[in-house]
Design a protein around this ligand. Structure first.
Ligand code: BGC
Length: 694
């Protein structure tokens, strides 16, 4: 139950498997491609938090050269799945240890390999590659560093220098922004092979004997903006040391992270697969936040969105709080960027970047999608109008404190951040009559741009300001805004449930065309046409991209009664296209809470299984958006603990209102609340046991 295995090779699966078999350590991500693949197959060693811009193209995270390139040939045959059909091919991912494996049998030889990105040394990755021949063969093996890097908006290296000596290759790449990447790799070849070096790729000649195993090792170490001083000596020897350390460290992460689900094997596997994808994002040494597509590549410019605060932070707060803290520290560090953005647009306080890179400056372009027919850029307003993010960050700050009890973060910039966010919302709002309105924004549903009084935004803004007030009073710091804030939230317009208990997503939403998702889809000119903005098919209708009011009811659950939650769930569910992977989990959590267990379970499975699918949405308009979906994995975790188990923290203790789905016999997980560890078991009859762990 801890291994993902896929058999067979098909060209159409190259890109999806690259995502599905991703390995990483929160600093580096290596896509699940095969050793003989090149940039065309999207081989990628992605570095989190290291960005570059080429000319006026989008600034994005960098991919490093590939240290694990291997291609075997004889005079007549190429042993690459791209050239020769294998007899059998199996790829697997050991989820417990975060180790990728491949096994490919050709008529004359069998190749097997394994690789991992070290959980212990955050800049190290290792590979072992073996060949067994069925007959004696003269092999020509290319192994080494492939510097032809896959990039979406590159080229990012204005200079690439490779120096090789004695099975060691050193790379220094200078980026367009004059930063540098230093990589050292070290290879070991089987005895009695001879080799020559061609610019970082070793051409190894091997007279291979029938049934003998020949093993190659490769170890790579890299560093951004700092020269590595130590050498990697003898890959063969280091490999087992690194592997042992790594396996042990990664396995230990499962201790508090696993969720055991009895009664449904697929649900169990999908959940564990999602947890794996969350675990490869954490890094205790390399402190940063997590981009929307994790470590899987440059999609969305490697930028950080609200995904991290709302969908990833709960998992890490309950299981590994120091990592959750580093997400908040990142926002504290980038407060300067958020203040600069507010100033640029004429507001006060902190206006966080919708797509945030290392300094917090906005990476989201004004033209964030293209028309797939004309290739013309389409004007979008995400960067200027999706202001809810600033409130989401303060919501996350409070969630983190509630779960971990760590109020020290407030003194380390957390309170100042809340203060600046409060200032921002008050300067953004407009007073009309006696009420403050938040006009011309985009809520979570990105298809309807520039709307007024989006319920999610208004309620979240109020909540963020309340959090600021609570801590400013408690700590008697940054408290000069208290009166102004009290007046503001008292007069802030909040769309209230109507007679039918429905909350209008934004002013005028109920007047839009009452269409179905299928009808709206049938109006598309081409399948990957963008549904949003004024000219998009969804815009004049009630069809929404993703959970919006439902996200509000999910996050600020205790502010609404069950009847309101039920009415809105029933109303909005059929209008939701789920065009974003952030949608399903919100419906799942809410669905479990109101007894819609079947749909809730389906939504959970959708959320947990997204990266196991080979049929994903790869384009928004003409823009490639493929990669892994960490928010969906984090959302799946939330679906189970908040939805199915009904977890709430009351007076610092876990209290449950379980709603186990049909067929689920029990659910078991561990969490930490305010430094106390608990093991929670929920049974079929919805009874439960909370055990305090030592
Ligand atoms: C969603 C956003 C999300 C972003 C990154 C978009 O498609 O609409 O809510 O933050 O993807 O995952």
């Amino acid at each position: 139950m801890f291994t993902l295995t896929k058999k067979g090779f098909e060209t159409k699966n190259i890109v999806p498997y690259g995502n599905m078999f991703l390995i990483g350590n929160g600093h580096l991500g290596y896509r699940g491609t095969l050793e003989e693949f090149k940039k065309k197959e999207l081989v990628g060693l992605n570095i989190i938090g290291f960005y570059d811009q080429y000319k006026d193209k989008w600034r994005e995270s960098l991919n490093a050269p590939n240290p694990f390139f291997v291609h075997i040939k004889t005079k007549d045959i190429s042993f690459s799945v791209l050239d020769t059909k294998p007899i059998s091919h199996t790829q697997s991912l050991d989820l417990k240890r975060a180790i990728f494996k491949r096994y490919t049998e050709f008529e004359q030889i069998t190749i097997q390999s394994e690789r991992f990105v070290s959980q212990v040394e955050d800049n190290v990755l290792c590979m072992k590659y073996q060949i067994i021949c069925k007959v004696d063969l003269e092999l020509d093996i290319s192994i080494g560093l492939d510097t032809a890097v896959y990039e979406i908006n590159g080229p990012h290296y204005k200079s690439k220098k490779v120096h090789s000596n004695n099975k060691k290759v050193e790379f220094v790449g200078i980026t367009n922004e004059d930063k540098f990447l230093h990589m050292k790799t070290c290879y070991s070849f089987p005895k009695r092979s001879t080799y020559i070096n061609e610019n970082g790729i070793y051409k190894v000649a091997l007279s291979a004997k029938k049934y003998k195993i020949y093993t190659f090792y490769a170890i790579a170490k890299l560093s951004e903006n700092q020269m590595l001083n130590s050498n990697i000596e003898i890959a063969e020897k280091l490999y087992s040391k690194y592997k042992e350390e790594h396996s042990k460290a990664f396995k230990s992460l499962w201790e508090y992270s696993d969720i055991e689900i009895a009664g449904n094997k697929e649900a169990q596997f999908n959940m564990r697969y999602s947890i794996y994808h969350l675990l490869i994002l954490g890094n205790k040494n390399y402190k940063t936040s997590i981009p929307a597509r994790g470590l899987s590549g440059q999609t969305y410019k490697g930028a950080v969105f609200w995904d991290t605060e709302i969908f990833l932070l709960p998992f890490f707060s309950y299981t590994n709080p120091s990592i959750a803290r580093s997400f908040l520290e990142y926002r504290i560090r980038t407060l300067t960027g958020a203040k600069a953005k507010a100033k640029e647009y004429g507001y006060e306080g902190a206006f966080y970047a919708w797509e945030s890179q290392e300094t917090g400056l906005e990476a989201c372009s004004k033209y964030n999608v293209t028309d797939p027919i004309t290739n013309e850029p389409i004007r979008t307003y995400f960067n200027e109008k999706q202001i809810h993010l600033s409130a989401d960050i303060i919501y996350a700050l409070e969630e983190y404190i509630k779960i971990t009890g760590d109020e020290s973060i407030l003194l380390e910039g957390g309170l100042e951040m809340a203060f600046e966010v409060a200032k921002f919302f008050m300067s953004f709002a407009k007073k009309i009559g006696s009420k403050f309105h938040i006009l011309d924004v985009i809520g979570p549903d990105e298809y309807h741009e520039r709307v007024d009084d989006n319920a999610f935004t208004n309620y979240m803004a109020k909540y963020a300001i309340e959090i600021y007030m609570k801590y400013a009073k408690k700590l008697s710091m940054f408290d000069c805004l208290l009166e102004k804030c009290a007046h503001f939230i008292e007069h802030l317009y909040l769309p209230k449930p109507n007679r039918k208990k429905l909350i209008e997503q934004f002013t005028g939403y109920f007047d839009l065309e009452d269409a179905t998702v299928d009808i709206v889809r049938s109006r598309l000119r081409v399948p990957n046409e963008y549904w949003g903005t004024e000219n998009g098919v969804a815009y004049p209708t009630r069809i929404i991209k993703q959970a919006d009011v439902i996200t509000l009811l999910c996050l600020l659950n205790s502010e609404f009664d069950k009847e309101t939650i039920k009415a809105n769930y029933n109303f909005y569910y059929p209008y939701t296209e789920h065009g974003s992977s952030l949608s399903a989990s919100m419906y799942s959590i809410t669905g479990f809470q109101i007894g819609k267990k079947k749909e809730a379970f389906e939504m959970f499975m959708k959320s947990a299984g997204i990266d196991l699918s080979t049929n994903q949405k790869l384009y928004a308009g003409g823009i490639y958006i493929g990669g892994t979906h960490p928010a969906s994995s984090g959302g799946a975790y939330m679906s189970l603990i908040y939805g199915m188990a009904g977890l709430k923290i009351i007076e610092d203790k876990p209290i449950l209102e379980p709603n186990l789905a049909k067929g689920i016999l029990s659910l078991q997980f561990k969490i930490k609340i305010k430094e106390k560890a608990y093991c929670i078991k929920v049974y079929k009859d919805n009874s439960y046991v909370v055990e305090v762990l030592k």
